[in-house]
Design a protein around this ligand. Structure first.
Ligand code: ARG
Length: 457
């Protein structure tokens, strides 16, 4: 493909340099954004009489034809081209002649590539948002079905207090709600148009940047042309948001792996998302969850990569910035794959309530409730805490549990004890009594589910 930039250079770069310089292998995925951007550019130029109406019509029709042909595969992207912008312009000129050469008036690839990337990434924000909502739906359904399913809640991975499995699921839902919010906020900053900043300094043509931005669905325009062409904050920010999202998915994945293990057996993951071992026939490996956990590392790498690329870059555009795309595309592709697999995996897990209950019954997760009962009878919390600890130690030695300590034994520790203690340390009661807002009681979980579902509606 002939080079469109042979000004003072001869354009006889070595094949190696051409290949090194080229970004078409990864920027070709922005062909739609590039073409739509060019259509708007032609419309704007004509509205300001920089381009004739005739040329505009021929450019827009030519671009529409290229878009159509790329979509249905009759036109293949030529990987010898330098990038998607050059490729589209070249094909356009081949198809419509002179008018094609007028399209690049009052713009540069520097503002063009920033425009395309912003358009592409706002679409990614929308897709990721829709996929998060699918996971939220699965979490809300699981929570709804398990508002009364008792399991041990942990701190330090030590059994701590009883919680419902529904409450647990809602904890993850809250993280994802924040992720939705972050993406929405990020999209606001992505959706600012850089087109018309040109190479770096703006242009002498009487352009209408706001019209062009509006045609392309942008909320506003970048106010400084040098910043407009060199700003990649939006890509860093999106990867930051995706990294936090992946961190959430990774934590969830880790719990799914643990819970599906023989040691916990709290859930089983459906066969559709479980693999076997090539040597050990008994194995049910949670490979999908492990991959979600594993892929989190590469997304963090993508984020660090772009931050490092941008660090210390002088204004305005530098070729280094071509390195922005692969990482951010990879982060988006990766998180979308993870979300796509997580939603049906969650929707099809089997919750083994009996195993959760069994674990809840061991580990003295009602010890806090024992102390709280004494406090309600008038004892100070510190004294009650101490006595409860002594009773737990005694049970540990004897291999028994708080529920089976006889009343006369309890009374050796404090004469405040009466038979209502058994009701107070019943696990179901312990859970249901946690009625504080945001607590694990079924009523509180219902409120949380309602909040999640109102976002989904
Ligand atoms: N392929 C380039 C990129 O992705 C497009 C911008 C090139 N501009 C330039 N002046 N070389 O960043």
């Amino acid at each position: 493909m002939p080079k469109l930039w042979t000004g003072v250079t001869a354009g006889n770069t070595s094949a190696l340099a051409d290949d090194f310089n080229s970004s078409i292998r990864f920027d070709k995925r922005m062909f739609r954004q590039d073409i739509e951007g060019s259509m708007a550019h032609a419309a704007m130029l004509a509205s300001r009489h920089i381009l004739s109406d005739e040329d505009r019509d021929s450019i827009i029709a030519g671009l529409a034809g290229i878009l159509q042909d790329l979509q249905d595969g009759t036109l293949a992207v030529d990987e010898q081209a330098e990038d998607i912008h050059m490729f589209v312009e070249q094909v356009l000129t081949e198809r419509i002649g002179e008018a094609g050469k007028r399209l690049h008036t009052a713009r540069s690839r520097n503002d063009q590539v920033a425009l395309d990337l912003r358009m592409y990434l706002r679409g990614e924000c929308d897709e990721i948002t829709a996929l998060i909502k699918k996971v939220l739906e699965a979490l809300a359904d699981l929570a709804d079905a398990n508002k009364d399913t008792i399991m041990p809640g942990y701190t330090h991975l030590q059994r701590a207090q009883p919680v419902s499995f529904g409450h647990y699921m809602m904890a993850y839902a809250m993280m994802l709600l924040r992720d939705l919010d972050r993406l929405k906020d990020c999209r606001r900053r992505i959706n600012i148009s850089p087109i018309g900043c040109c190479a770096l300094a703006g242009t002498t043509y009487d352009t209408d940047r706001r019209m062009e931005a509006e045609l392309l669905g942008f909320d506003d325009i970048c106010l400084n042309s040098m910043d407009g062409v060199s700003d990649r904050d939006f890509a860093v920010e999106l990867m930051g948001d995706i990294s936090i999202l992946m961190m959430h998915l990774s934590r969830m994945a880790e719990e799914l792996i643990l819970w599906a293990s023989w040691e916990f057996q709290f859930i089983s993951i459906s066969d559709a998302f479980t693999t076997g071992s090539s040597i050990m026939p008994q194995k049910r490996n949670a490979d999908m969850a492990e991959l979600i956990r594993g892929k989190t590392g590469r997304v963090y790498g993508d984020l660090m990569g772009l931050l490092t690329t941008l660090k210390g870059l002088p204004l305005a555009y530098n070729k280094d910035m071509q390195e922005d795309k692969e990482g951010v595309f990879d982060a988006c592709d990766t998180v979308k794959m993870c979300l796509q697999i997580l939603a049906p995996m969650l929707a099809t897990i089997t919750v083994r309530k009996e195993k959760m209950m069994e674990a809840a019954q061991k580990g003295f997760i009602n010890a806090t409730d024992l102390a709280d009962w004494l406090v309600k009878k008038g004892m100070s919390f510190r004294s009650a805490y101490k006595i409860s600890g002594q009773i737990v130690s005694m049970c540990m030695e004897k291999g028994s549990v708080l529920e089976s300590v006889p009343l006369e034994e309890y009374r050796k520790y404090s004469d405040l004890f009466d038979e209502t203690i058994y009701q107070a340390i019943d696990l179901k009661v312990c859970m249901e009594k946690r009625i504080s807002e945001g607590g694990t009681s079924a009523a509180s979980v219902e409120k949380q589910i309602a909040a999640v579902r109102s976002v989904l509606r």
